[in-house]
Design a protein around this ligand. Structure first.
Ligand code: UDP
Length: 457
């Protein structure tokens, strides 16, 4: 009799990576496959502190954790330090874990290691142990295509060895997919050249990581960007990965969700609320924070605004004078929300978003039009897809000083809410996403294919 399959799943330790991989892990476990999910101890503690007591008992996924090699007070936002430290200590822990599982039971063995594209070392450990490997792409297929084209871009003299575009024109990778602006590559980070270098290094390593993987799982669906998917023959789009497809368990939030916003949403008129959430790491300066507050105030719509405790960079001086009194119950402000449940609420009118890939997938899966405010990484190209490709949103344009003003916010909210074309496209895309996940749909079929192949590998 064959051994019972057991997979190990390893995300990159950040909100936008942990959540989609945990959703994938849960989906796999629902197919009767044992799943061990590996976090760093730091992330594990955050998940446990943010999760209701029963989740651990109910979850079909077993969570374990490794040290990341950093000291307690070390800055885990220091990408370079964190990357080096994890690379030093985590491969050894992974090897030990796999050996321990394989030894502990005659009927079980690790069938597959599933790792985030940014955790190449885990796939290398699996390769060295002869274990099949799946890589998960937590960003869109267009970014994957770009990363895989880096050698060609270098050869054509379109970028230099630091990843900087050598001229101003747009870069097109195929006739059908959206072109890239050379100032908006996912690795572009003009304020810190060391970080930009690290991001470009990550992007350059993608081709090799894909090469050593038996499966390339993408949190997207084929119909959403078929031209990019067609450029990567090995890609298996299996998304959108949504928590709402599963019941209870770990949602993968690193912060406690404030559910009071759901009952507040239930009291708002249908299609009226602006949901404002800029993801887990985006920050604003006080001036920009004030403009956003005053823009929401002048929009005259109800709004739900996620104000994380670390949203404002320098010392936070609070909301503009009298803001909270003036908006009264028209505005609800929380530190962290159950985002998918918020987006699914019928009171929503639009999603003012930084266009992180998870937020993009979640918003479009719920049919909510976007107001786009990208900051860095893949967010600019995601915004281009939202506004130009799929036509389900509008962009907030900064003024000559780089500030998105209250007038811009007020103007674009009004424009978006009266645009029936955008609303209709959003509903169409929601339906496309839904169809891809149900029996016979493209993501459904790709996921089945992956499970069958993995079980028999
Ligand atoms: N999110 C959430 N509650 C919030 C704000 C965000 O659960 O109040 C989740 C959101 O659903 C998404 C993730 O945080 O899954 C953010 O990921 P994304 O890729 O959009 O952006 P990042 O944080 O990586 O910049």
């Amino acid at each position: 009799m064959g051994k019972q399959p057991h997979v190990v799943v390893i995300p990159y330790p950040a909100q936008g990576h942990v959540a989609p991989l945990l959703k994938l892990a849960t989906k796999i476990a629902k197919h009767g496959i044992k799943v061990t999910f590996v976090n760093t101890e730091f992330i594990h503690a955050k998940i446990m502190a943010s999760t209701p007591d029963k989740a651990e008992e109910l979850s079909p996924v077993r969570l374990v954790s490794f040290p990341d090699g950093l000291e307690e007070g070390d800055d885990r936002n220091d990408f370079i330090k964190a990357r080096n430290s994890m690379f030093r200590v985590m491969p050894g822990h992974l090897k030990d874990l796999i050996e321990k599982i394989n030894k502990s039971s005659d009927s079980e063995q690790i069938t597959c290691v599933i790792a985030d594209i940014s955790v190449k070392w885990a796939l290398e450990v699996a390769q060295s142990m002869g274990i099949p490997r799946a890589v998960v792409i937590p960003y869109g297929p267009a970014c994957l295509v770009l990363a895989l084209h880096i050698p060609k871009l270098l050869e054509a003299g379109l970028i230099d060895t630091n990843g900087t575009a050598l001229n101003d024109g747009l870069i097109s990778l195929s006739e059908e997919s959206l072109a890239w602006n050379g100032k908006e590559f996912p690795w572009s980070f003009p304020v810190d050249s060391n970080i930009e270098k690290l991001f470009f290094e990550f992007a350059t390593a993608v081709a090799q990581t894909v090469r050593i993987s038996n499966w390339v799982l993408s949190n997207s669906f084929y119909e959403l960007d078929s031209s990019s998917c067609d450029l990567v023959p090995s890609i298996l789009p299996i998304g959108p990965l949504l928590v709402s497809n599963h019941s209870g368990h770990f949602a993968g939030s690193l912060r406690p969700e404030d559910s009071t916003c759901l009952s507040w949403l239930d009291k708002q008129p249908m299609g009226s609320v602006i949901y404002v959430a800029l993801g887990s790491i985006t920050t604003l300066n006080q001036q920009q924070f004030d403009e956003l507050a005053l823009g929401l105030e002048s929009s005259c719509q109800p709004f739900l605004w996620i104000v994380r405790s670390d949203l404002v960079t320098e010392s936070f001086r609070g909301f503009p004078d009298g803001f909270k009194e003036r908006i009264g119950s028209r505005g609800k402000i929380v530190e962290w929300a159950p985002q998918e449940k918020v987006l699914a609420n019928s009171s929503l009118a639009c999603f003012l978003s930084h266009c992180g890939w998870n937020s993009t997938m979640e918003g479009l899966s719920m049919g909510v039009p976007f107001l786009c405010w990208p900051y860095f990484g893949d967010q600019y190209q995601n915004k281009n897809y939202i506004c130009e490709g799929w036509k389900i949103g509008l962009e907030l344009t900064p003024d000559e000083n780089g500030v998105v003003t209250r007038h811009e916010i007020q103007k674009k909210v009004k424009k978006l809410l009266s645009d029936d074309g955008i609303k209709a496209n959003s509903v169409k895309l929601k339906e496309m996403a839904r169809r891809s996940l149900v029996e016979g749909g493209s993501s459904f079929n790709n996921f089945q294919k992956f499970i069958v192949q993995m079980k028999s590998s």
